[in-house]
Design a protein around this ligand. Structure first.
Ligand SMILES: Cc1ncc(C[n+]2csc(CCOP(=O)(O)OP(=O)(O)O)c2C)c(N)n1
Length: 279
């Protein structure tokens, strides 16, 4: 059973609930990769709230849609989406990164119900997602694979090996999102290794690719549903123009927020900002 949100308002509310739950879990852990977590809340809301087919009671269903969060350091945003979608109790989010828990800071498919691929070494999720998409085709299994890459992650050559592979094998069941939040670990992505026009680069590798506002859930939903309807042998890439640290006064519009410690005062700010939005 999936949660289904169709209106822009309902999707935004789901995104805000994901945002609040992710912040709260990182606070319980003492901190986390807030910047890259918060830029993905709208995408996660659309995937788990509106687009994907999945059964929280059967997370290993081979016919379900699959997500590979290749920027695996952003586990908390996936965990919040999974918990709010029924894969495990929301209260468990407070066990983020705790010894013996099921929610490591980076994603581990052998620990967390609903996590479809272990990630954290940047670039590797690209290859595993393409392999999963090819596997679905070879085994005649239903569903699509949704791959999420960071813009800094695009510096990894492995991503472009995946792009050639996906084109070669006509993986139209692979949807690649780029979280184009303009910053990576210690600076602006363009200053570290300028990627040029990201959509044009993927198009040159044989993808159907375009860039959209990554914080507009209705637009992400519409674009995703459109590319899912095109089974034309062409892999798809949606570049999400996002803001690192989006939606929280502590992080939005700032640099140096790739990984932060979160104290009680910061959490109090979150409580004040999200009360009313998430209830
Ligand atoms: C192979 C590899 N090299 C380095 C790292 C350390 N690392 C973790 S996050 C990160 C920056 C990633 O930037 P980006 O993809 O833009 O992620 P976001 O800004 O969205 O968090 C780096 C270098 C890693 N996890 N894997």
């Amino acid at each position: 059973m999936n949660i289904q949100y169709e209106t822009a308002e309902a999707l935004q509310k789901f995104a805000d609930r994901i945002r609040y739950c992710a912040i709260k879990s990182m606070y319980a852990a003492g901190g986390g990769h807030a910047g890259g977590v918060l830029s993905l809340c709208e995408l996660m809301a659309v995937l788990y709230g509106s687009v994907m087919n999945y059964d929280p009671a059967n997370p290993r269903d081979v016919h379900a849609d699959k997500v590979v969060l290749s920027k695996g350091h952003c586990g908390p945003v996936l965990y919040a989406a999974l918990a709010l979608s029924g894969f495990f109790p929301v209260s468990e989010l407070d066990t983020l990164n705790k010894n013996g828990g099921r929610l490591p800071s980076h994603c581990d498919m052998n620990k967390t119900p609903g996590v479809d691929m272990t990630t954290g070494s940047l670039g590797q999720g690209a290859s595993t997602a393409a392999g999963m998409a090819l596997g679905k085709k070879l085994q005649r299994r239903k569903g699509n694979v949704f791959l999420v890459l960071g813009d800094g992650e695009l510096n990894e050559g492995q991503v472009w090996e995946m792009a050639m592979f996906a084109n070669q094998h006509k993986l139209d069941n692979l949807i690649t999102y780029i979280d184009w939040n303009h910053q990576q670990l210690d600076g602006y992505a363009d200053a570290i290794c300028h990627m040029g026009d990201i959509a044009a680069k993927f198009a040159a590798f044989g993808f159907e690719a375009s860039a959209i506002d990554g914080h507009d859930p209705a637009l992400i939903r519409e674009k995703t549903l459109r590319v899912l309807s095109e089974k034309n042998g062409v892999p798809k890439c949606i570049v999400l123009d996002t803001v690192k640290g989006k939606g929280w006064s502590v992080t939005e519009g700032r640099t140096g927020i790739h990984h932060i410690a979160i104290d009680a005062e910061m959490m109090a700010a979150a409580e004040a900002e999200f009360t009313g939005k998430v209830n």
